[in-house]
Design a protein around this ligand. Structure first.
Ligand code: ZN
Length: 377
C-alpha cells in the first residue's frame, strides 16, 4: 500500500509524510476512522514510507527490497494483531499468529478491512472475536527481539476496541516503554470504547471520511465510471470506499435501498401493515449490518429532504433516482418532525446493534414514523 493507492485523504497524507521525513515518529499512534475511510491503508503506507530505502518527497519507491516485502505483507519487522475467535480451552493458544496467513490474505485482498469481511474470511462459530491476553505476551516477546531488517519495527493492532481488558492491561507496559525502534499503530473505528489507559499512551490521528470529490475522481480513474455515475456513487457511499465498491459491483445496490425506502415510507404513511411487513421481512433476511445501513440511509434521506425543502435543491445530496422520489416526498419532512424522526431512527440503530428483536424494533419504528409523517408543520 503506497500513499498513492489511498483514495483521498490528501492533507492527512501530506502531514504524515512530513512528520516522518522530519523524524517526528511517536512510539505509539492511534489512527481512528470509520469503516472504509482508509485508516488501515494509511497505517500500512506509514510503515512502508518510514522503511523504504529510496523514498521520494511524496511516496515510497515501490521498487526496493523493502517495498517488495511490503507488497506481500512479508516485511519481517511488520507485525499484526487483530481480533480472532477463541481456538480452544487453553488461553495460551489464542494468539494472532495462528490466523496470520488468513489475515495476510484478507488484507492483501482488502486494505480497507471491515469487521464483517474479516469475520466472513475466518467464518468462526461465534461473532465474539477478540484480541486475547496471550497476544499481549507475544507482542512483548516479538518486539524485544532485534530488528531483522535493521530499521524500525512496526506493530499494527487492528480494532484495539476488541482487546480484552486483561490483554490491554498486560500490553500497557510495552506500549508505554516499547523496545527501541518500535512503533505501535493502533487502527480503530471507535476510540471511545478503548480503555483510556491505552489511548492516553498514544498519539491520536483522526482519519476523516473520504471527501466526496476525491472519491468521485478515484471512481472515474480506477473503475472507469462516467462522471455522472461516479458522482452518484460517491454521494451515496458517504465517505466509505467499501460501500462505493459494493455499489459499483452490485449495480442497483443503492436502488434496492431506495426501492425499500419508498415502499416503507408509503406503508408507514398509509399505516399499511402488510406493506410495512413486506419491507421488514425483506430487511430481516439481510442481517444486522444491512439493516443498520438501511436505517442510516433513511436518516440521510430525510435530512436531505430538509435541505431540498429550503429550496437548495442543488445542495441536496440526492442521486437522480432519489431526487425524483423526493420531489413529492420531501414536503412530509419538515422542521416539526425532522428532529423526532432522526431520534427514533438513531434509537432503532442502537437497538439493532444491541441485537434487540429486529421485527419488533422495525415495526415499532414504522408506527412511530406513521405518526411523524402526519404531524403538521
Ligand atoms: Zn521502496
Amino acid at each position: 500500500m503506497l500513499f498513492n493507492d489511498i483514495v483521498g485523504q490528501d492533507s492527512l497524507k501530506a502531514s504524515i509524510r512530513q512528520q516522518i521525513r522530519e523524524g517526528r515518529i511517536p512510539h505509539a499512534h492511534l489512527f481512528v476512522g470509520n469503516e472504509g475511510s482508509g485508516a488501515m491503508a494509511l497505517a500500512l503506507a506509514y510503515a512502508r514510507y518510514t522503511c523504504c530505502s529510496n523514498r521520494t518527497e511524496t511516496d515510497a519507491c515501490g521498487q526496493c527490497d523493502v517495498c517488495k516485502k511490503f507488497d506481500a505483507l512479508q516485511y519481517a519487522d511488520l507485525h499484526f494483531s487483530f481480533p480472532m475467535a477463541s481456538l480452544g480451552a487453553k488461553t495460551e493458544d489464542n494468539y494472532c499468529e495462528q490466523n496470520l496467513t488468513e489475515w495476510r490474505n484478507y488484507l492483501l485482498e482488502n486494505p480497507y478491512p471491515t469487521f464483517d469481511g474479516w469475520f466472513n474470511k475466518l467464518s468462526p462459530s461465534t461473532r465474539d472475536l477478540a484480541i486475547f491476553v496471550a497476544e499481549a505476551g507475544k507482542i512483548a516477546r516479538k518486539l524485544s527481539l532485534r530488528s531483522y531488517e535493521g530499521r524500525q519495527k512496526f506493530q499494527i493492532i487492528w480494532l484495539p476496541e476488541r482487546m480484552r481488558t486483561d490483554t490491554a492491561n498486560k500490553l500497557l507496559k510495552t506500549l508505554e516503554e516499547p523496545p527501541e525502534g518500535t512503533v505501535f499503530i493502533l487502527v480503530a473505528e471507535a476510540a471511545e470504547t478503548i480503555l483510556t489507559t491505552i489511548t492516553s499512551r498514544t498519539q491520536l490521528t483522526r482519519v476523516p471520511e473520504i471527501d466526496e470529490v476525491a472519491m468521485a475522481n478515484a471512481l472515474i480513474d480506477r473503475y472507469e465510471l462516467d462522471a455522472g455515475r461516479a458522482g452518484n456513487v460517491a454521494r451515496f457511499a458517504q465517505g466509505n470506499l467499501n460501500r462505493a465498491i459494493e455499489l459499483i459491483q452490485n449495480t442497483g445496490g443503492h436502488l434496492e435501498f431506495l426501492e425499500n425506502f419508498k415502499s416503507w415510507m408509503r406503508g408507514c404513511f398509509k399505516r399499511d401493515i402488510k406493506m410495512i411487513d413486506g419491507v421488514i421481512n425483506n430487511l430481516y433476511k439481510q442481517g444486522t449490518r444491512k439493516q443498520v445501513e438501511f436505517l442510516k440511509y433513511a436518516l440521510h434521506f430525510t435530512r436531505q429532504c430538509i435541505v431540498s425543502n429550503y429550496g437548495l435543491h442543488e445542495l441536496a445530496s440526492f442521486t437522480t433516482e432519489e431526487a425524483s422520489f423526493a420531489k413529492n416526498f420531501a414536503r412530509f419532512i419538515h422542521h416539526g418532525n425532522v428532529t423526532t424522526i432522526a431520534e427514533i431512527l438513531e434509537e432503532s440503530i442502537t437497538d439493532l446493534n444491541r441485537n434487540v428483536n429486529v421485527k419488533i424494533v422495525l415495526m415499532d419504528l414504522s408506527l412511530r414514523m406513521n405518526a411523524e409523517l402526519h404531524r403538521s408543520q
